[in-house]
Design a protein around this ligand. Structure first.
Ligand SMILES: *Cc1c(COP(=O)(O)O)cnc(C)c1O
Length: 369
C-alpha cells in the first residue's frame, strides 16, 4: 500500500537554513524573555500581516486565556460551538460561562442574526472564530457589540494572513488571537500571538504573559508564563521567508479539489468563490444525496491510507464539561449539529503531491459511483 496521506503535514524549510539562527542563539546565549529574535519576529509579523501591535505567545490557547484577562472579561461570553475545543476552554479557565450560538450554514461561522437573542445582563463579550480562515461577518458582529457595549475577541487561529474588505481581518474586534501550532498555515512548532490596536493594551498583554511583572520588583497581576522562546521565534522568522510560497501552493491544491470534485453529487466544497481564505483547510460536506455517510466515506479514505479529519466533530457543546449548559442543547444549535455530522477536511499542505491529491479525489468519486 502507498504511504499514508495525512490531513496536514507541517511545513519545514531546508534544515541548513536554520543553522545560522541556532549559531546566533548559541553565541548570545539569550534563550527567552523577549530576546532579539522575539522582538524581530513581532516587528516582521506586524509588517507582513498589516497590523499595529502583536505580542507573541508560547501557544494559541494561553494567548486566548490572556486576551480575556487583558480586557478583564467576566460573566458570560457568546461563542460558537463549531470550533476547536480551546476556544471555549479559554473561557472556562477564566471562570467565564460560555453561551453557544448557532452558526451560518454557508460559512459555518457564528451567525450574527442569532447573537442578540443570547445577550443577557451578564454578557460582556463575543468570541467568534474565523473558521477555516473564512472571515466572520465582522461588520454585523461589531454593530451588535457597539449596541450592547460588548468586547469582541476573535479566535483567529485559522486566519493567518487573511484579508477582508478593509485589509487584514485581524484588525477587527478588540483583539485577535493567532495560533502557530505545527498544524497551522504558519507554524513555530508551538506558538501563538495576540494582535491589538494600541500600545497600552500590548503593554498590559506583555506584562500578563510574564507573570505580571512590570519591572524587577513590581508584580501587578497574577500573570502566566506565556512567553515565546528564542528558538521558536527564530524558526518563525525563517518560516516567514517561505510562507508566501506555501500559501500559493495551498491555493493550487484548493483549486484542484474544486475542479476534481465538481459535479460529484452530495459533495459540497465550502468557502469557494470569494477566495478570501488562506486555504488552511479544505472542508467538504458529505450530504444525504451522497451514496454513503460521512463516516463511511471517512473510513473508505482510511482504508486507502488517506487520513481525513472530521473538523469540527464533535461540537464543543457536546463535550462533557459543556453539554449541561442550556445553550448547548442541540435544538439551540441545529445548523452546527448538521455541519458536525457532515463535515470532513481533506488533506491540504504544500508538500501534497498532485498524484496523492488525485488519489484522494478518485476515492471520493469511485465511492460515489
Ligand atoms: C489550533 C487552535 C487553537 C489553539 O491553538 P494552540 O496554539 O494549539 O494552543 C485555538 N482555536 C482554534 C480554532 C484552533 O484551531
Amino acid at each position: 500500500m502507498s504511504k499514508p496521506i495525512y490531513v496536514t503535514q507541517p511545513y519545514l524549510p531546508p534544515l541548513e537554513e536554520f543553522i545560522p539562527y541556532l549559531e546566533k542563539i548559541w553565541d548570545n546565549k539569550i534563550l527567552t524573555n523577549g530576546g532579539p529574535f522575539h522582538q524581530q519576529l513581532e516587528k516582521e509579523l506586524c509588517d507582513y500581516l498589516g497590523v499595529k501591535h502583536i505580542s507573541l505567545f508560547t501557544n494559541g490557547t494561553i494567548a486566548l486565556v490572556t486576551a480575556l484577562q487583558a480586557l478583564r472579561i467576566t460573566g458570560e461570553v457568546i461563542t460558537t460551538p463549531y470550533s476547536f475545543v480551546a476556544t471555549a476552554h479559554s473561557l472556562l479557565w477564566n471562570g467565564i460561562k460560555p453561551v453557544f450560538v448557532d452558526i451560518d450554514p454557508n460559512t459555518l461561522n457564528l451567525n450574527p442574526a442569532k447573537i442578540e437573542a443570547a445577550i443577557t445582563p451578564h454578557t460582556t463579550a463575543i468570541m467568534p472564530v474565523h473558521c477555516y480562515g473564512q472571515p466572520c461577518d465582522v461588520d454585523a458582529i461589531q454593530k451588535i457589540a457597539d449596541n450592547y457595549n460588548l468586547k469582541v475577541i476573535y479566535d483567529a487561529a485559522h486566519a493567518f494572513g487573511v484579508k477582508c474588505h478593509c485589509g487584514s481581518v485581524l484588525n477587527h474586534g478588540d483583539l485577535s488571537v493567532l495560533s502557530f501550532h505545527a498544524t497551522k498555515v504558519f507554524n513555530t512548532f508551538e506558538g501563538g500571538a495576540i494582535i491589538c490596536p494600541d500600545a497600552k493594551t500590548k503593554q498590559r498583554i506583555d506584562h500578563l504573559k510574564n507573570f505580571g511583572f512590570v519591572d524587577e520588583v513590581t508584580v501587578v497581576a497574577p500573570g502566566i508564563n506565556g512567553k515565546m522562546s528564542e528558538l521558536n521565534a527564530a524558526f518563525g522568522l525563517l518560516q516567514l521567508k517561505h510562507v508566501d510560497a506555501a500559501l500559493a501552493r495551498r491555493k493550487e491544491i484548493d483549486a484542484a479539489y474544486r475542479a476534481g470534485l465538481q459535479g460529484v453529487k452530495g459533495i459540497v466544497c465550502l468557502n469557494g468563490g470569494e477566495q478570501t481564505t488562506n486555504h488552511s483547510y479544505f472542508p467538504i460536506l458529505v450530504q444525504p444525496d451522497y451514496p454513503m455517510s460521512r463516516d463511511a466515506l471517512y473510513q473508505e479514505l482510511k482504508d486507502h491510507n488517506i487520513f481525513a479529519r472530521r473538523y469540527f466533530y464533535p461540537l464543543i457543546s457536546d463535550f462533557p464539561m459543556y453539554r449541561s449548559l442550556p445553550s448547548a442543547e442541540r435544538n439551540n444549535l441545529p445548523v452546527a449539529t448538521v455541519a458536525a455530522a457532515q463535515v470532513m477536511c481533506l488533506p491540504i499542505y504544500p508538500a501534497l503531491s498532485n498524484a496523492d491529491q488525485t488519489q484522494v479525489i478518485e476515492v471520493i468519486k469511485r465511492a460515489a459511483a
